[in-house]
Design a protein around this ligand. Structure first.
Ligand code: MOS
Length: 707
């Protein structure tokens, strides 16, 4: 583990005096290591005697494995072993967040989808392992499969209620719709979307002196160690997981298939084994955003005041694990209405198990709700910014709970001012610039905030420095740097005195980098540890403090929190140009205004928000997993066929925030990881409507169907 010491940025950023570190722009502590190549990612760390595993994936969508010709492969150069359902260690159920069918790898001969790992070939070099995997002949008894998703699919069933947010049933939706003068009733679809973190998944596992050591690319080493221990029936004390640097997670880096298989192989072969996924393998084995079909019914009076929101959504899951894509959260929290109803359906199909992908639920859910709001604005003849302001709730629209903080109206007003919204001609298809039609759109979004229990420790050193130990993960977000700033202020010392140790399961229980709650959760624990340390240091006055440690554990404090609606919010504005000849959509500028609590490091927070918006742009215009119905296979599992936004797609993008004070968390942080993608796709689709007069209810807004 590298100890990194905070250094002030040298490019003109503000360097605050001690006590004012939070809120100042800082470059990443590990930034220099990353740009010079000194930072090691999971697949970069050398180990003596390291063997390499290569996945073999199923080629049929449903059936059984009838034979596997391992003998031929075992005779190939360098091949050390083949792990398969006939010899793989037996696994225990280990669902941390529910059933874990996806992790139960190589446990039987069933094939639940194309791209399911059916074997791991291990060899001395990655090339030899790859050759062995390519040569492994697997025969299947195929069964008819169904990979075609639609909302009315007969296999569909109501999703179990989310623990904190049951289906909404406020008022009488049907009566309000029947009596309302204006009703929008539309269906919106979003396609299967796939992970594309810059660093593909990789893990190394080895047994040393009866202990399991893992070097991984993950979003939370403590959680991964716990799941791994449970899966393999081990005492968590003997499992150590580290993930010092991670090149993006976006929800896909919990316990990856490569980790489970690396541990299996290291156990069977008694030597260190690394398994790194190829880009193509990431597409079928690491979770995906499921396709959704959503019906939105909005009813309002003649001024646009909402009488009813009826939001029914369906998404697919696999046959081996029930993943629920919760698209209706926004309909619960965004707007006041007399009646609100939400329903969620899951359709199990012969497809890979979906999972979290940045802004899970909210990204697709906000596309439907915020597109429908734009259609309502059009139907009522009210400006879409004004329509949203008219429906601003004073408390949780369904829950009735107070907002921990809100400030969405401030985002809308300030965003509209900066974007120049007031000059907009509401009529669609009226702005032209040569062959381009121009339009602007707005949409809002939200993402759940709050903190989850974590621990942290801070040790004072004789040289005046402080070592902060917290099981945080920095998946590229800048969490390490943010936590150093939080610690500095909590200790009352300059950030240069703070050294960070993160990303090691030995550092104690910690929430993972997920649900936009990582930094909020860890910083609370760090703040508590700092308070404890200051108390201890006060009582050892005049004694050299070397080695004195303060500890924080937020379990009780978080458990004692009162109920509130805790969300980050954003309002996004987009301007697009649509080529009337080719249908090409160019986004010319985007502005996101956010209410996300206290911003610890404006530099990296802005990057996260801009990153979310860029991913939303990608969702709006490009991303679409395409499946062959006959094979049940993804046909575009690479960056040639699966398009994601590049720099040229975003000429002018800005993210900023309004003052937003949430004192339910001592750090005041609400989270910026996911709210940036909530609403983006709708803002762009609404702008395309404004440019062309053509409404797009199916993502992506592809050029072949724009005009
Ligand atoms: Mo996030 S999709 O909870 O990593």
């Amino acid at each position: 583990m590298t100890d990194t010491t905070a250094r002030p940025r040298t490019d003109g950023g503000v360097v605050a005096p001690a006590g004012g570190a939070v809120g100042t722009a800082r470059t990443r502590l590990e930034g220099r290591d990353k740009v010079t190549g000194a930072a090691r990612y999971a697949a970069d760390v050398p180990f003596d005697g390291l063997a390499h595993g290569w996945l073999v994936l199923s080629t049929v969508a449903r059936g059984r494995i009838t034979s596997m010709d391992t003998a031929a492969v075992l005779g190939m150069p360098g091949v050390l072993g083949v792990v398969h359902h006939g010899n793989a260690p037996r696994l225990h159920p280990a669902g941390l967040f529910g059933p874990d069918g996806q992790l139960q790898l190589l446990q039987d001969d069933r094939v639940p989808h194309v791209g399911r790992p059916v074997a791991l070939v291990v060899a001395r070099t990655p090339q030899q392992a790859r050759a062995g995997a390519a040569a492994l002949t697997v025969t299947y008894a195929q069964e008819p499969h169904d990979t075609v998703f639609r909302a009315g699919h007969p296999a569909g069933r109501p999703a179990p209620a989310a623990p904190a947010r049951p289906d909404a049933d406020l008022g009488d939706v049907e009566a309000e719709i029947a009596a309302a003068p204006v009703v929008v009733d539309q269906r919106y679809t979003t396609p299967e979307e796939h992970h594309s973190a810059m660093e593909p998944h990789a893990s190394m596992a080895r047994w040393e002196d009866g202990r399991l050591e893992v070097v991984d690319s993950n979003q939370g080493s403590f959680m991964v160690a716990r799941v791994l221990a449970t899966l393999f029936g081990l005492d968590q004390e003997i499992v150590r997981v580290r993930a010092e640097h991670v090149g993006g997670g976006f929800g896909s880096k919990g316990v990856g298939p490569q980790l489970v298989l690396a541990v299996m192989a290291a156990t069977l072969l008694r030597r260190p084994v690394r398994v790194a996924l190829t880009r193509r393998q990431v597409f079928s084995t690491t979770g995906l955003r499921p396709a959704t079909e959503q019906r939105l019914r909005l009813a309002s009076d003649s001024t646009g005041r909402l009488r009813a929101i009826d939001h029914a959504t369906a998404a697919f899951t696999s046959t081996i694990q029930e993943y629920v894509e919760r698209n209706t959260e926004a309909s619960n929290v965004m707007y006041a209405a007399d009646a609100i109803r939400t329903r969620t359906t899951v359709v199990p199909l012969d497809l890979p198990t979906p999972g979290w992908m940045r802004g899970p639920g909210a990204a697709a859910g906000s596309f439907a709700l915020e597109s429908a709001m734009d259609e309502l604005a059009q139907a009522v003849g009210v400006d879409p910014v004004e329509l949203r302001l008219r429906n601003e709730p004073s408390a949780g629209p369904v829950s009735g709970l107070p907002f921990s903080s809100r400030n969405l109206a401030a985002c809308l007003r300030e965003g509209a001012r900066r974007f120049g919204w007031a000059d907009r001609d509401p009529r669609p298809g009226t702005r032209r610039e040569g062959r381009w039609l121009l339009g602007t759109g707005v949409a809002c979004g939200s993402y759940g905030a709050g903190a989850l229990p974590s621990t942290a420790a801070i040790t004072a050193r004789a040289d005046g420095s402080y070592t902060v130990s917290v099981g945080a993960a920095d998946i590229g977000t800048g969490a390490r740097t943010a936590l150093a700033l939080v610690a500095a202020d909590a200790l009352g010392v300059p950030p240069e005195s703070v050294r960070m140790r993160i990303a090691d399961s030995r550092l104690g229980a910690a929430w993972f980098a997920g649900g936009s709650k990582g930094t909020a959760s860890w910083s609370w624990a760090v703040t508590a540890a700092a308070a404890d340390l200051r108390e201890r240091l006060a009582s050892v006055d005049r004694v050299p403090p070397d080695g004195v440690t303060g500890r924080g554990d937020t379990t009780d404090a978080i458990g004692a929190l009162g109920k509130q609606e805790r969300q980050s919010y954003g309002a996004q504005f987009a301007e697009v140009a649509v080529d009337t000849g080719t249908g090409e959509v160019r986004v010319r500028r985007m502005l996101g205004m956010f209410a996300a609590g206290r911003i610890v490091n404006p530099l990296t927070a802005r990057s996260q928000l801009v990153g979310g918006m860029t991913m939303g742009l990608s969702m709006a215009l490009h991303e679409e997993g395409a499946r062959d119905e006959a094979l049940g296979a993804l046909v575009n599992s690479d960056f040639a066929g699966y398009h994601i936004s590049a720099h040229a797609d975003v000429p002018d993008i800005e993210a900023d925030w309004v003052e937003d004070v949430d004192d339910s968390n001592p750090s005041g942080i609400k989270g910026v990881g996911e709210v940036g993608i909530a609403g983006t796709a709708a803002a762009i689709a609404n702008a395309v409507w404004h440019a062309t007069g053509v409404r797009h209810r199916a993502l992506p807004v592809r050029l072949d169907r724009v005009l």
